[in-house]
Design a protein around this ligand. Structure first.
Ligand SMILES: [Ca+2]
Ligand SMILES: [Ca+2]
Length: 278
């Protein structure tokens, strides 16, 4: 498992180099999502697709509005993302291979795509709609076919991932992933929470005083990034907090905005593509 994770991190570094060489320009590549051999990422205000092995990237969107936060559905059929097409950020979905985006949210607050439910039937996005304080995000489900968003009843929540049975959620209550502060240990340092959606029971997975964020549920473990080593690296633990492990050991750059995908029996984890200097 450890070697698979490190291998894919290396592949992404190669990918960035090859994309740069193919276009003859230096890019800024953010918010990657992976499914099987396919990676979609954001750059130049559009979404791009590239093979996980590297090569030239293809532009999936061309609208003047910015697209970001793309997430492949677990079955690989769909690509959900957030875009500024109609005056503010809303959630959209389109076929994974490209096609006409279909709008899923219509609220004047930002609606940022965070995850999919395991059955690929609904998109989970975060929004501050209806909140008195601007820093309090909530999670909402919206059916892939469209419909009224439904609050995910876990209280304050930002980044999230669901187990394969759709019973448990791993999530952050606080959003600080855009901040560039290093080794922050103040009052808004992020921890991972585990929620049992059936029994409505919640507990902290992590208690490190620094940053633990981007939970990714995978085969009975919860993976996340933590700066416990001084840099943001990939860690994991069982849902009860036992058997903690560190999987990557980057010392120069943080692993940011990771994503995971199932392929055969391997876990794919990658760092933020833009961590490569440009
Ligand atoms: Ca665009
Ligand atoms: Ca909106």
């Amino acid at each position: 498992m450890r070697y698979a994770a490190m291998l894919v991190l290396m592949v992404v570094a190669t990918l960035v180099t090859e994309v740069r060489a193919a276009e003859g320009v230096v890019g800024y590549y953010r918010f990657p999502t992976i499914h099987g051999d396919r990676i979609v990422f954001a750059s130049e205000g559009d979404l791009w697709e590239v093979d996980a092995a590297g090569g030239a990237a293809s532009r999936l969107t061309t609208h003047i509005g910015e697209e970001a936060f793309a997430k492949f559905s677990p079955d690989g059929r769909w690509l959900a993302f957030s875009a500024e097409y109609d005056g503010n950020v809303d959630a959209f979905v389109m076929p994974a291979g490209g096609g006409e985006p279909r709008r899923l949210t219509f609220h004047p607050d930002r609606d940022e795509v965070i995850a999919w439910r395991p059955d690929s039937r609904s998109v989970v996005f975060r929004s501050r709609r209806g909140q008195a304080h601007g820093s309090e995000w909530r999670l909402y489900d919206v059916p892939v076919g469209g419909g009224a968003p439904i609050l995910v009843p876990v209280g304050m929540a930002t980044l999230a991932s669901f187990d394969d049975d759709n019973r448990f959620i791993a999530f952050n209550r606080i959003s600080r992933e855009r901040a560039t502060w290093k080794r922050y240990k103040g009052g808004t340092a992020q921890d991972i929470w585990i929620g049992d959606l059936r029994r409505r029971e919640f507990a902290k997975l992590t208690d490190f005083e620094g940053t633990d964020r981007f939970p990714m549920w995978h085969r009975g473990r919860v993976y996340f990034v933590s700066d416990e080593s001084g840099r943001l690296n990939i860690h994991s633990a069982r849902p009860d907090g036992s058997d903690p492990k560190q999987h990557t050991f980057h010392e120069d750059y943080d692993a940011r905005w990771p994503d995971e995908s199932e392929r055969a029996d391997r876990l794919h984890v990658r760092g933020r593509a833009s961590r490569v200097r440009h």
